[in-house]
Design a protein around this ligand. Structure first.
Ligand code: SAM
Length: 281
């Protein structure tokens, strides 16, 4: 029987498709692995938003597990391939276009209800895409993303490790993050220069953060100078004197010489609330 997953490479060659490096086109073709990713994403009915359909391999797997799949793909050259690979998937709607040019309400209108994002995303889009869905979306329940392994490690990092940084705190303040599997580079076609990992980001309202902008500013300031103490970073970031910053940290119960990377996400929330109470901007 003709199996699209097994024949995808030949289909791409026969159709004269030229891979575009700029779009991060490294495709996954192993059917069992693609089904595993659907399980990692806990897709069991419902609506899925895929970003970057590529040749439609993950899209096809998703269509078996979801009720409805909305799949964006920027490269018009893949449209005719997707017509073939998804021709028996009536629950898939392909949108040819740049997802970053669509507003969040436009994207969510296409989804029509609560949805899960599942995507093997191009490296160049990783941070903007994650931050956008984590911060702006009102209906996304979770994001299960194949990303560069280092990025997954940063998202899931613990305090006081080299991977722990501003993006870790930003994401973990509004979501639980788990790495579900590591994908060696050999699994992709064409093969990239780095290994990847699948990371699931489950959105939760974990903390009462009434000013997300001030919270982001606090986190950015704390990590802006990794070699300096937190009091130094807060003093520079918020334009207050060093003694003022030290008093503020003391009121939070933090050691005077501590560094931003030592604070847990909970402690960052404590710091942000103290900064807010102080009326700093
Ligand atoms: N989902 C496929 C798979 O797993 O084999 C393809 C993954 S490939 C890593 C990323 C895909 O995202 C490419 O097909 C690329 O053309 C597409 N892409 C890149 N930037 C995009 C954007 N801004 N909007 C929509 N699709 C994009």
């Amino acid at each position: 029987m003709y199996n699209i997953f097994m024949n995808i490479k030949q289909l791409l060659i026969d159709s004269g498709f030229r891979f575009n490096k700029q779009f991060g086109q490294n495709f996954l073709t192993d059917e069992a692995l693609l089904n595993d990713i659907c399980h990692d994403a806990q897709v069991n009915g419902g609506t899925v938003l895929e970003i970057g359909a590529g040749a439609g391999t993950l899209t096809r797997a998703l269509s078996r597990h979801a009720d409805k799949v909305i799949a964006f793909e920027i490269d018009r050259g893949l449209e005719r391939i997707l017509d073939v690979t998804l021709n028996d998937c009536p629950n898939v709607k392909v949108v040819i276009g740049d997802v970053m040019k669509y507003s969040m309400p436009q994207i969510e209108q296409l989804c029509g209800s609560a949805y899960k994002v599942v995507a093997n995303i191009p490296y160049y889009l990783t941070s903007p895409l994650i931050m956008r869905f984590v911060e702006e979306s009102t209906l996304a329940e979770s994001l299960t993303l194949t990303v560069q392994k280092e990025v997954a490690e940063r998202l899931a990092a613990e305090p006081s490790t080299k991977d722990y940084g501003a993006i870790t705190v930003a994401v973990q303040s509004v979501a639980d993050v788990h790495i579900t599997r590591i994908l060696p580079r050999e699994l992709f076609y064409p093969q990239p220069n780095v290994d990847s990992a699948v990371v699931r980001v489950d959105r939760r309202s974990k903390f009462d953060i009434s000013s997300p902008e001030l919270f982001r500013k606090t986190v950015r300031a704390a990590f802006a100078m990794r070699r300096k103490t937190l009091s130094n970073c807060i003093s520079v970031g918020f334009g207050i004197s060093k003694p003022q910053a030290e008093q503020l940290l003391a009121r939070c119960g933090f050691a005077s010489k501590c560094r931003g990377e030592e604070l847990s996400v909970e402690q960052f929330v404590v710091l942000y609330k103290a900064i807010e109470r102080e009326g700093l901007k």
